[in-house]
Structure formats: C-alpha cells, structure tokens
Design a protein around this ligand. Structure first.
Ligand code: NAP
Ligand code: ZN
Ligand code: ZN
Length: 319
C-alpha cells in the first residue's frame, strides 16, 4: 500500500530513543497507518487496488498458537511480529513501520476502514483507538459506570471518546491545567487536576474502572484508591521505570491492577466498525514529516492536541 497518513504514538518516541532498550537501528517507526492499496497478490480475496485501508501495530504472528487461535495475535506465543523493530521473517532483518511511502502487509493483518471517517483522523484508531477500546470491552465497561482516564494525550483522548460512546460517566485526571476545557469538549463529564489534593479526594473509592495512559513515572497509588470495591485499574502507558504499588490499596477493597496490550486483528476491525457507527476519530495535528523531531519534543512535554499525524505527501515533496 501507498502510505497516506501515519499517526505518531508515544511508543515511537520510546523506541526511537531506546527508552525500553532493544531498539535495532536504523529504526523506521509508525504503526498507525492509513494507505491506499496499490497492488494485491493473486491469493488476496478481501482487498482490491485503490481501496483505503489500515495497518496497525501487528503485521504477522504464528497463527497457530493458543493465543492466535482465539484472535489475540498480540500475545502470540511464538512472538507477535510488530510493525516495526520486530524480526522480519520474509526479508530478514527487522520490520520497518509507517514513516514511509509504502509498506507490504499480509491481508490477514490489513484492516478495512469505514468510508465515513476522515482518513487522517482515523489513523490513530489503529493504535490509540484499539489500545483504549480493548480494555474497556474486556472489563465490561457499561452505561452508567464511572470511568477514570489518567493522562490526556493520544491514548487518553481516545479513551475519553470511547468510554463516552460506551455510555460511561467519564472523569479525566490530568497534570495539565490547560487541558481542562478540551477534556470537557472531548466528552469528559468531570476533569480533575491531579495536583489538586482536595479535588482528588472527592473521587476516592468511586470509580468502577480506571484507564491509566501515562507514559512516565507517576504515583499509581493515587489512582488505585479512586477505585470502588472490586474495581479495576488497567495500565496501558508504559513508563520505562517500574512503578511502586502499595499492596494494601489492592487488598482493601479487593481492587484489581491489570495491563492491556493493543488488541488482536478481529477486535481492531470491530473497533473500527464501532468508530464508524459512532463517528469517532482522533483530534489531530497534521504535520509534514520534516517536523517529526519537534513533535517528539512536544509529546515528551505532554504538549499534544491530541495526536500528531504525519501527512506522507510531505515525503514526496522533500525528495
Ligand atoms: P502521549 O500522547 O504523550 O500522552 C501521555 C499523557 O500522559 C500526556 O499527555 C500527559 O497527560 C500524561 N503524562 C505525561 N507525563 C506525565 C507525568 N510525568 N506524570 C503524569 N502524567 C504524565 O502518549 P500516548 O501516545 O498516549 O502513549 C501513552 C503511553 O502508552 C506510552 O507509554 C506508550 O508507549 C504507551 N502505549 C501503550 C500501548 C499498549 O498497548 N499498552 C499502546 C500504545 C501506547 P496530561 O497532560 O493530561 O497529564
Ligand atoms: Zn502505539
Ligand atoms: Zn501465535
């Protein structure tokens, strides 16, 4: 496919800067890909030339293990093949992602994109969308429940939109006072500045579910105590340092702490259809690829509104 747009995930920054260790250079990041099919193999049945399609965080898996068999390719026991920085079993070396003019993807890992969605604003659904949709689904968030979203960045703002679409009462916890108005506009029912102790206290023991999207070291305990009995906090942000947990916050209230990793292909397709039906896309800042380093610096400073997306036409203009 010819790549038209690629979202900029904080995981790209972690990887490019080797914050999780294990980056193989040269590295071409990008796993929120929207493109146009330019050619199909002769066995391809589901896609045809000219179609606008998506590719997300995964490009392959073993397809036979216990996880693959139940559509959880992200947990493939032979090792999921991620869109970038994974061993490439076809061409050797490693996989290269979406900050590029083209990519070849097996049709089993290609997604149909609802035509009513703006393709640039739909790109972030391929990672930020599925990463927030999957835990909301898995933990059965339903209408009327109180859901906390910690961190209003790329993942966080999708979490707000999707939790609202699920019918939840959404409370955003942010470190950035200047995001309060945006959080309400994005659909939050309440916004809490996490440095305001009195405001934080008002939410103790009240949330059914909390989605923590924070990309840096922070105090998990401040959020565990917001959960009501049997509530769950799911961590999706991946700080490069371990986070300390006061286990009494889990023991009292029988609270749960869990994690979640993107989503399998079937669920990603389901999420795209859901977003098509509810008209959900990301709020984006479209940038030329020449501005990627400045975008990374802004991401690290939590200055994102609310996902950078690279307009790949800028690559052609440069060459
Ligand atoms: P992002 O756009 O940079 O958003 C992260 C938000 O976290 C920031 O906007 C900020 O929100 C908050 N934050 C940042 N530093 C903080 C700090 N020191 N203390 C408290 N809050 C802080 O990043 P993203 O693309 O949404 O990704 C978030 C994390 O999820 C990254 O670690 C990424 O690697 C990870 N991720 C995981 C998965 C998965 O499958 N589990 C998938 C994709 C990404 P406020 O300004 O509102 O405080
Ligand atoms: Zn991502
Ligand atoms: Zn497998």
């Amino acid at each position: 496919m010819e790549i038209l747009f690629c979202g900029v995930c904080h995981s790209d920054v972690h990887t490019v800067r080797n914050e999780w260790l294990g980056t193989t250079y040269p590295c071409v990041p990008g796993h929120e890909i929207i493109g146009r099919v330019t050619r199909v193999g002769n066995q391809v049945r589901n896609f045809k030339e000219g179609e606008i399609v998506g590719a997300g965080c995964l490009v392959d898996s073993c397809r036979t293990c216990a996880s693959c068999k139940v559509d959880l390719e992200q947990f493939c026991e032979a090792g999921a093949i991620f869109t970038y920085n994974s061993p490439d079993k076809h061409s050797g070396g490693i996989t290269y992602g979406g900050y590029s003019d083209s990519i070849v993807v097996d049709e089993a890992f290609v997604l149909a994109v609802p035509q009513n969605l703006d393709p640039a604003a739909a790109a972030p659904l391929l990672c930020a969308g599925i990463t927030t949709y999957s835990p909301l689904k898995h933990h059965k968030v339903t209408k009327g429940q109180k859901v906390g979203v910690v961190g209003l960045g790329g993942l966080g703002h999708m979490g707000v939109k999707l939790a609202k679409a699920f019918g939840a009462h959404v409370v955003v916890f942010t470190t950035s006072l200047n995001k309060v108005e945006d959080a309400l506009r994005l659909g939050a029912d309440e916004v809490v500045h996490s440095k305001d102790e009195a405001a934080m206290k008002r939410h103790l023991n009240s949330c059914h579910f909390i989605l923590d999207t924070v990309a840096a070291k922070h105090d998990l305990n401040a959020y565990l105590v917001m959960l009501r009995r049997d509530g769950t906090l799911t961590q999706v942000g991946v700080p490069s340092e371990p986070l300390a947990v006061d286990v009494s916050n889990l023991i009292f209230g029988r609270r749960n702490l869990s994690g979640s990793l993107i989503g399998g292909l079937k669920e990603t397709q389901e999420m795209l259809i859901f977003c098509g039906q509810h008209n959900v896309t990301a709020d984006i800042e479209l940038i030329p690829i020449q501005q990627i380093n400045a975008a990374y610096d802004r991401l690290v400073k939590s200055d994102v509104k609310y996902r950078f997306v690279i307009d790949m036409a800028s690559l052609k203009q440069a060459s």
